[in-house]
Design a binder for this molecule. Structure first.
Ligand code: NI
Length: 260
């Protein structure tokens, strides 16, 4: 069996400080592909550096500016480095980008403009988007639709919306990715969504070091724990976890173009 972790932050100190052990533990847990997502300029540079120096461990990068950090982009413009990074073959996606109206750490108009700039960059480079949405599903999906983001597709990462948002994401041609919260006892609605998303449009991730799944909830998360996300989703779909893992492996290869 082989797993992918479609979204993690090996570029954050919590994991980067212990990288050897984190990657070893991932490998021992059969997590053989990992996508490291950038969230600002330095962390995007770091994601790319990690992808280049850990090819054998299956590390790939996404580069982007998280909506929290949109305030670092004057007028929503992306850092100049971004267009060069995106041309690197280890960069398989643009993100994370999106809208976060829960924390509102950047002005909303700036979040929206920065998000549009990511969509434009994805269109120019024909790479998929890694989209973060919190308490802004209708608006984020509207922006994706208005800007024809479905053309190169992408993933709504750490999905936490309602079923109708999943339907709209799928209509746009996006994948839906589930993280640790799908394992939490109270996440009944989220598990229902995870049970209904078409099998060929679903991804699994940790979003580590955040959101450790049961039974590690509350502890620092790491890619090795992604198996808990797969197990929960396989259980609610009443399929063997091997079947799910194989399908997610194929899905990620199709979306990120990194080969099977
Ligand atoms: Ni993230």
């Amino acid at each position: 069996m082989k797993y992918i972790d479609s979204h993690c932050h090996l570029n954050m100190d919590e994991l980067a400080g212990n990288l050897g052990a984190v990657l070893r533990s991932a490998r021992e847990s059969n997590v053989l592909r990992l996508l490291v997502a950038g969230f600002d300029e330095p962390s995007s540079a770091k994601a790319l550096a990690l992808a280049k120096s850990h090819v054998a461990e299956g590390v790939f990068a996404a580069v982007g500016i998280h909506p929290h950090d949109a305030k670092t982009c004057p007028l929503g413009r992306l850092p100049e480095n971004m267009s060069a990074w995106v041309r690197d073959e280890r960069v398989v996606a643009i993100g994370e980008t999106g809208l976060d109206y829960h924390y509102d750490l950047s002005p909303r108009e700036l979040q929206r403009e920065c998000f549009r700039q990511h969509i434009a960059l994805a269109a120019r480079t024909a790479k998929p988007l890694v989209v973060h949405v919190r308490e802004a599903y209708d608006e984020a999906l509207g922006i994706l639709r208005e800007n024809a983001a479905g053309k190169n597709g992408g993933v709504i990462h750490c999905f936490a919306g309602e079923w109708r948002h999943a339907v709209e994401s799928l209509d746009l041609g996006f994948f839906v990715s589930f993280a640790g919260p799908v394992t939490f006892p109270r996440s009944t609605v989220l598990r229902e969504v995870a049970a209904r998303v078409p099998l060929d449009r679903l991804l699994c991730e940790t979003d580590s070091p955040y959101l450790a799944p049961q039974p590690w909830r509350g502890k620092p998360n790491q890619p090795a724990y992604v198996s808990a996300v797969y197990e929960t989703i396989a259980e609610v779909r009443k399929i063997p976890v091997e079947t799910l893992a194989e399908q997610v492996w194929q899905n990620a290869a199709r979306l990120f173009g990194w080969g099977v």
